[in-house]
Design a protein around this ligand. Structure first.
Ligand code: ZN
Length: 337
């Protein structure tokens, strides 16, 4: 079973870390999944159907001319007292043929009993219906209401957002980043403490409430106020996690440039946290902020050569605050704030 899961992971994700929780993959495409078969639930559906058929055959009257299937006598042998309680108002299963169930039928009996605890359980239904019922139990409630925030997905899918920053934003929105609060549950690390302070490192803490994150977002709000030449407030937690733009009534160009800067900073927050945790790097807020500005400038220089000039000017030369193009030369105006 584990080997099968590993194989599907390799086929789906290759070497990149998974971008959504595994349970999402079992959902239908309408619910944001890919209808991947959950092998264990599928095999359980077959077993439950098998048990259900045996029980229902007990209800076949004696004068029914159709002969029972060939496996019936053998199955009946194993289905002793335990399943008798599930056969409606009849003593027809007779005495037990076996005091205890063995192997497969023991497993089948437990599955069947467990299945009947589902409020809408109807064992006589089709295999695919049984499977849907079983799969509905392993799907956890979604962190993000996919249909409720289409803007969230549109924002991170913009082609101007770098692939690494997009992957990080995607994983953050799906809440599958391996932060300390999660890893401690698997006993993968010794302490759930944040690397910047002593509190527990959850996603909300790491990206929103931590002193380090708060300092970065304060600097970011100042940077945005300068770049977009309008007052930008501190981002709310929903805006940070769900990739929403706080700038209302502004052009798509402003929103796109904001998303580029915003996703880049989130990516830096995470990579810096990993460096401090795993490489034991010394930590300084000013140094991290300078790294962020460096990243933006480098990205700007790269785009200057990559993009057609008009397209480049459209985004990067907005208000000429980050850079300007003078005589077809790039002039960087952004300072280390
Ligand atoms: Zn912290």
């Amino acid at each position: 079973m584990n080997h099968l899961l590993k194989c599907t992971n390799v086929i789906l994700w290759g070497k990149t870390p998974p971008l959504v929780q595994r349970v999402h993959l079992f959902c239908t495409p309408d619910d944001g999944g890919i209808d991947l078969i959950h092998v264990l639930s599928r095999s359980s559906a077959f077993i439950i159907k098998h048990v259900s058929t045996i029980i229902n055959l007990y209800h076949v009257s004696d004068d029914d001319e159709r002969p029972p299937p060939r496996w019936f006598a053998l199955a009946r042998y194993w289905l002793g007292l335990q399943l008798k309680s599930f056969v409606k108002g009849s003593t027809r299963p007779g005495g037990p043929h076996a005091e205890t169930l063995q192997g497969f039928h023991d497993h089948a009996y437990k599955l069947f009993k467990d299945f009947l605890r589902i409020p809408t359980a109807r064992p006589s239904t089709s295999i695919s219906n049984l499977y849907r019922l079983l799969i509905s139990r392993i799907k956890q409630p979604r962190v993000v209401p996919l249909a409720a925030t289409p803007q969230c997905w549109i924002n991170i899918q913009h082609s101007i957002v770098s692939p690494a920053a997009r992957d990080l934003a995607w994983r953050l929105t799906h809440d599958i980043l391996p932060n300390a609060a999660k890893l401690i549950k698997f006993k993968a690390i010794a302490s759930p403490a944040c690397v910047f302070c002593a509190l527990d490192e959850t996603v909300e803490h790491l990206f929103i409430t931590c002193v380090f994150a708060r300092d970065m977002w304060t600097r970011f709000a100042q940077l945005c106020s300068y770049v977009f030449t309008q007052q930008v407030n501190l981002l709310t937690s929903a805006e940070i996690i769900l990739n929403l733009c706080p700038l209302q009534q502004c052009s798509d160009i402003v929103k796109t440039l904001f998303m580029l800067l915003f996703t880049e900073l989130k990516h830096l927050l995470w990579t810096h946290r990993c460096k401090v945790r795993f490489e034991k790097l010394a930590h300084s807020n000013v140094a991290v902020w300078r790294t962020f500005i460096c990243r933006i400038i480098n990205r700007c220089k790269a785009d200057f050569f990559r993009f057609p000039r008009e397209y480049f000017k459209l985004y990067w030369c907005l208000n000429n605050t980050i850079c300007a193009v003078v005589d077809d030369e790039l002039v960087i105006n952004l300072q280390y704030m």
